[in-house]
Design a protein around this ligand. Sequence first.
Ligand SMILES: NC(=O)c1ccc[n+]([C@@H]2O[C@H](COP(=O)([O-])OP(=O)(O)OC[C@H]3O[C@@H](n4cnc5c(N)ncnc54)[C@H](O)[C@@H]3O)[C@@H](O)[C@H]2O)c1
Length: 269
Amino acid sequence: MSKIESKKALITGGASGIGKLMGLQLLQKGLATLVIWDVNETLLQSTALEFKKMGYDVYIYLVDVMNTTQVINTAALVKKEVGKIDILINNAGIVVGKYFIDHTHEDIDKTMGINSNALMHITREFLGDMMQTKQGHIVNIASAAGMVSNPKLSVYVASKFAVIGWSDSLRLEMEKEKTNVKITTVTPFYISTGMFDGVKSSIIPIVKPQNAVNKIIRGIENDRLYVRMPGIVNWVYFVKGILPARWFDTIVGKWFGMHATMNEFKGRH
Ligand SMILES: NC(=O)c1ccc[n+]([C@@H]2O[C@H](COP(=O)([O-])OP(=O)(O)OC[C@H]3O[C@@H](n4cnc5c(N)ncnc54)[C@H](O)[C@@H]3O)[C@@H](O)[C@H]2O)c1
């Protein structure tokens, strides 16, 4: 049975970037209904219009995923208006992109709230139905920044390390209790969506949004535990495990240029 055809999916941050492209690809693969949550009303409306013009069934909800009350209320509304969600893609995310000392307290709370806590609160709202029906798939968009530390990304890195740890523990719980709910943890290197505008990478290639999306959707279809991209990201834990920290810093940070990638970061403003 197709994992996507005739199913209902919810994507947070689905009004732009890879979230929007994932929604479109799911619809093209026969998804029955797409639910988009986003904080950007203009993009939300234009995406809905674009997809509806193509003949697709799309529901949009203006939600700030950092606001847990909004999350709980909107989840209840979705269950009433759309029904059970089969595929939940926790995708909304932000980056501040400066030295830790330059972060305001609000920067810290927002990054952790949107990139880490929200995924858990949203999942908490939809997981019960999935467990009860023994059918569902949750995709958590972390980042390769959740596997390696990097200057000018400290809080973002913290938020993505948290996602990987939580997401994979949730997978183990689902497997231990034989719930049949699948969990996929996604860790891409930089993707050229605009979120990381200005970033430069000399050796490791920046991922094209469509390639990232193709891999994530294949990951859903094949019940992959992890989706990492580009391929070199698959080696991170191994290389980190065998090299002394200073060697890892030198090889990955200096020779591969990782520690300089954020030097000219502009991001979305
Ligand atoms: N772009 C990259 O280089 C890259 C690399 C690795 C991982 N990621 C992760 O992939 C995900 C998507 O990134 P993208 O590049 O498509 O970014 P993007 O900026 O294009 O899209 C993010 C979307 O999330 C929405 N959003 C932001 N804050 C929100 C909030 N509080 N509530 C609801 N919606 C909110 C935005 O409005 C936007 O539509 C993020 O979690 C990001 O951390 C991105």
